[in-house]
Design a binder for this molecule. Sequence first.
Ligand code: RIB
Length: 312
Amino acid sequence: MTEQALDVVVVGSCMTDLVSQAPRLPKAGETIHGHKFFIGFGGKGANQCIQAARLGAKTAMVCKVGKDFFGDNYIQNFKDNGVNTDFVGQTSDAATGAASIIVNSAGENAIVIVAGANMLLGSEELHKALPSIRQTKVLACQLEINPQTSLQALQMAQEHKVKTIFNPAPAVPDLDAGFYTASDVFCCNESEAELLTGFSVVDVEDAHRAGQELLRRGCRSVIVTLGPQGCVVLEDKESASKHVPTTAVTAVDTTGAGDSFIGALAFYVARCPTMPLEEMARRANQVAGVSVQAAGTQTSYPHRKDLPADLF
Ligand code: RIB
């Protein structure tokens, strides 16, 4: 068990990403030719953890993989990135999670996940990880594991005054109300905001309206990401929401850009706790902006040494 003080603990998913690049996404019932296939490390939870680690955060991952080739490889990937693996479990009861991803020539994607071993992460594993959860600065969760496990992890962190970041991805329409009150930062993209609030979210004004609704449900602060339009940050019901624009880049592959943003955000919340959330979001946008300029998910995530010094 780790004795080291941690910056970021992620309780979440690991997936093996099976990526096909094609000119466009196929229609139902259609077969099309793609031009490239590769296998990478993915899963929203692990992606966020790896991005935080590459920026210099001390990280630990709480997750479950299969007792198989992909699970063994994933554990090695965490070690290669300096992520603590004391709470990475392996099971023979399910295979390591897998994501089938198609990326079109505009860098957009469509993803199907089979969560497998991720769904077997539960209360028992969380209790084993409690000594690390209660002494980390930030805990981040998503929705690619059993939602009750995510909620329990967020509530455990909150009880121990650990800052929580919740990313409701992939979104579900009937999200347990406890997630809102357990979130210090509730961070979602436009389609997740739309599904959760029922409001259409296409621009900054819409994101402000949806963010206000999420605050009303009990989140302490909200960030709605808007891709090339940047993001909208809301810190409380009284103050105005802030639009944080981003620099235009040519996207090669946007897969995992949201995870890069959240991993970077977790790094700043842990390492720069007095920095305004708006400034953290501006910097996280820049990190995620780098990630969309190369193919793959974790393969495209920048290391601290490759980023401008003024981000640190
Ligand atoms: O957010 C991107 C991730 O979603 C991919 O890495 C894939 O594994 C899916 O979980």
